[in-house]
Design a binder for this molecule. Structure first.
Ligand code: CUA
Length: 324
């Protein structure tokens, strides 16, 4: 009971949009089942061992010294052999074989992946490339619902780990190596992902979202992302300010002279739900704050603060908000 209560208390702290106990795809279903297959026997064994311990303490207190000497335990007795050797061997071998079977099933998608998406981890954000569509975005991975996609994982710097708890196991990004992981979501929705390997100051704020949508919506989104920016004449002033700023040294806006490769591609910035690697809703105020005082919002971030006179900042925000 104590174990169940403790577990319930711990699990209730888990965020429901990022919990393995709320699986949303075939891989996560397996992980969810394995979780209970391993935990239920562990809880039963824990309760039995605790009960035996309490029993032993109570009997030990009642026994006299003479009895203890006379009742020397026999290490080959049937109770010791059964509960100490045979049962643990069966339980551990069973858990091992079931885990092995699940690991092998999780290594490949149930049917061939419909596309490859490249995800590159950076301190502290995720670059997302759709090589077949020439589309590049950041911290937001759109996938068609009900279809397996292959994710190719790399890192531009240190070790990170790509984890979408409601969809798949974790997978590390290792320098010099490309690791593969498949994703499939069975319900349309927005699934939170998190870097799961300590990578520095903003490790806990290295978030991303997987957005699973119906095929037609996904195709429309991908088609838009593959287009170059076309902001229009009414934001020309803001575009000019951007192109003359230091922003272009790090950020790319496809179809313009901004071709920096250090930070996120901003070609369709306004189409994203969040900024700053998933930690802030993509609102005008948050954009303004992140441009003018990034280190207060994300200590350690490489982006320098940039200050503009108010009317220039408004024009710049108009331009950035037009990049949809
Ligand atoms: Cu990237 Cu932790």
């Amino acid at each position: 009971m104590v174990a169940f209560a403790l577990m319930a208390a711990l699990l209730s702290g888990c965020d429901s949009d990022a919990s393995i106990l709320d699986p949303a795809g075939p891989a996560a279903d397996r992980i969810f089942n394995l979780f209970w297959i391993l935990h239920v026997p562990a809880i039963i064994v824990f309760i039995v061992v605790m009960a035996l311990l309490v029993l032993a303490i109570m009997r030990g207190r009642r026994a006299k010294d003479d009895d203890l000497v006379r009742d020397k335990p026999s290490w080959t007795g049937p109770f010791i052999m059964t509960s100490g050797v045979i049962v643990p061997t069966i339980v551990l071998m069973g858990a091992f074989l079931i885990s092995l079977n699940d690991m092998s099933a999780l290594s490949a998608p149930p049917r061939p992946a419909v596309m490859t998406i490249q995800v590159e981890a950076n301190d502290w954000w995720w670059k997302v490339t759709y090589p077949e569509a020439d589309a590049v975005t950041a911290n937001e991975i759109h996938i068609p619902v009900g279809e397996p996609v292959m994710i190719e994982l790399t890192t531009d710097d240190v070790l990170h780990s790509f984890w979408v708890p409601r969809l798949q196991v974790k997978m590390d990004t290792v320098n010099g190596t490309t690791n593969e992981l498949w994703l499939q979501a069975d319900e349309p929705g927005r699934y939170r992902g998190q870097c799961a390997e300590f990578c520095g100051l903003q490790h806990a704020n290295m978030l991303f979202y997987v957005v699973a949508e119906e095929r037609a919506d996904f195709d429309r989104w991908l088609d838009n992302e593959s287009q170059v920016a076309d902001p229009g004449a009414q934001v020309a002033e803001g575009a000019e300010i951007f192109m003359a700023s230091t922003c272009v040294g790090c950020h790319q806006i496809r179809g313009t002279t901004a071709d920096g490769q250090v930070g996120p591609d901003l070609t369709h910035l306004a189409s994203r739900e969040t900024i700053a690697a998933g930690i802030l809703p993509n609102t005008r105020q948050n954009l303004a704050d992140f441009i003018t005082r990034p280190h207060e919002l994300k200590p350690g971030v490489t982006m320098p603060p940039t200050n503009y006179p108010p009317e220039q900042l408004e024009a710049l925000l108009d331009y950035l908000e037009s990049l949809d």
